[in-house]
Design a protein around this ligand. Structure first.
Ligand code: SF4
Length: 328
C-alpha cells in the first residue's frame, strides 16, 4: 500500500494505483478531469492532457518535486507522494491552455449539438476556458458521416481521444473503425464508411466525451435536460440488459448505458437494447436515475415522490424500501 496526499487529503491506496484513480477515490474536485482515460477500457489515457497535476514531492525516499506537470492517468503513486490538483495555480493555468487547444478545432455549436448538457468539453470550457479564442485560422472542416443507420459522426467535434477506437477494438468482434492520418488531418474513419454493424458498436456513443458520435435515433428530438431518465432492465441474451431509458412524456426517446460516479459506463449494452427497445413494455422500469453530474444534464430531473406523482410514477411498479424517496 502507498500513502499519497492529494490537495491536502491523505489516502492509502494499493501499490500501482495511478494518481488519477487515487484522486477519484477521494472524489469531488480533487479528481482531475479526464477526456480520454476510461477505466472500463484498456490502453486509454495519455492523449488529452486534461488530467495534468503537479507532484510536489515524489515519495518518502525521494521527496524532490517532479520537474514538470505529470499526466495523472498514467503516473503511479509512490509512498509519501504529495500531489496538487486544484490547489496548484500552475495546474489550473496549464489546464486552461489544454482546454484552449482542445477548442481550437472544436466548433462552438452547443446550441444544436445533441451532446450539449452532457458534454465533458462543455463542462471543461465553463470551468477552465477563455471567453474568446486567440486562434486566427479556420477550423478543420469535415462532411458528416453516417456510421451505419444508427450512429452519426460529426468529425469537426472530435478531440481524438481514441475512446471509440478502443470500444471498436475491445468490444466488437471486427474492428472497422480507427484514426486515419496524423496531425491536423487526423480523423476517425470507418475505412470508406464501412458499416459498423457489431452488436456493441453503439457504445461508442456513450464513451465519446463530446458530440462527435451521436445516436441517430435521438438526434434533434429533444434536449437532454428535457428528457427524464429512468433506470430499467430487461432480460437480454447479449448484454446485462441494465440501462437508462430516457422519456419524453410516454415515449422513450433514447436508451443508454448506466454510468458510475466518474461518468463512465458501468456495463456496456448491446445495440438491440440501445436502438430496438423503445417501448415501455420492453423494459422493467426500476426508479428515476440518480444523475450525479455537474453538467446541465443534472438539471430538470427529479428523484422525489412528489415529482414522481406528476411524472412517471405509473411506470414505477414498486420501489424497494431503500429507494423510497424522501417526502418533502
Ligand atoms: S469520435 Fe468521440 S470518442 Fe472517438 S476519438 Fe473523437 S472524441 Fe473520442
Amino acid at each position: 500500500m502507498a500513502k499519497v496526499t492529494i490537495d491536502g487529503i491523505e489516502i492509502e491506496v494499493p501499490d500501482g494505483t495511478t494518481i488519477l484513480n487515487a484522486a477519484r477515490m477521494i472524489g469531488g474536485k480533487t479528481a482531475p478531469p479526464a477526456m480520454c482515460y476510461y477505466s472500463k477500457l484498456k490502453q486509454t489515457g495519455g492523449y488529452c492532457r486534461t488530467c495534468l497535476v503537479k507532484v510536489a514531492a515524489g515519495s518518502t525516499k525521494d521527496p524532490r518535486p517532479m520537474p514538470k506537470l505529470v499526466v495523472s492517468c498514467s503516473t503511479p503513486v509512490q509512498d509519501g507522494m504529495v500531489v496538487q490538483n486544484m490547489t496548484s495555480p500552475e495546474v489550473l493555468e496549464a489546464r486552461k491552455g489544454v482546454v484552449e487547444f482542445l477548442l481550437i478545432n472544436h466548433p462552438l455549436d452547443c446550441p444544436i449539438c445533441d451532446q450539449a448538457g452532457e458534454c465533458k468539453l462543455q463542462d471543461l470550457g465553463y470551468e477552465h476556458g477563455l471567453e474568446k479564442t486567440r486562434y486566427e485560422f479556420g477550423r478543420r472542416k469535415f462532411e458528416m458521416i453516417d456510421i451505419g443507420d444508427k450512429i452519426k459522426l460529426t468529425m469537426t467535434r472530435c478531440i481524438l481521444c481514441y475512446r471509440c477506437v478502443r470500444v471498436a477494438e475491445q468490444l466488437t468482434d471486427k474492428r472497422v473503425h480507427g484514426v486515419m492520418n496524423r496531425g491536423d488531418v487526423a480523423e476517425i474513419s470507418t475505412y470508406i464508411q464501412n458499416i459498423v454493424g457489431n452488436d456493441f458498436s453503439g457504445n461508442v456513443i456513450d464513451v465519446c466525451p463530446v458530440g462527435a458520435l451521436t445516436d441517430r435515433t435521438f438526434r434533434f428530438k429533444s434536449r437532454i435536460w428535457n428528457v427524464k431518465p429512468m433506470d430499467a432492465h430487461r432480460d437480454c441474451k447479449k448484454c446485462c440488459g441494465k440501462a437508462i431509458v430516457w422519456y419524453q412524456g410516454e415515449e422513450i426517446l433514447k436508451v443508454s448505458a448506466r454510468k458510475d460516479q466518474n461518468d463512465e459506463v458501468e456495463n456496456f449494452i448491446c445495440n438491440e437494447c440501445r436502438f430496438d427497445k423503445k417501448k415501455t413494455a420492453d423494459w422493467v422500469i426500476e426508479k428515476p436515475t440518480h444523475i450525479d453530474d455537474k453538467s446541465v444534464i443534472a438539471q430538470n430531473h427529479y428523484e422525489h415522490l412528489k415529482e414522481l406523482k406528476m411524472g412517471h410514477a405509473h411506470l414505477v411498479k414498486k420501489l424497494p424500501e431503500s429507494n423510497q424517496p424522501e417526502q418533502k
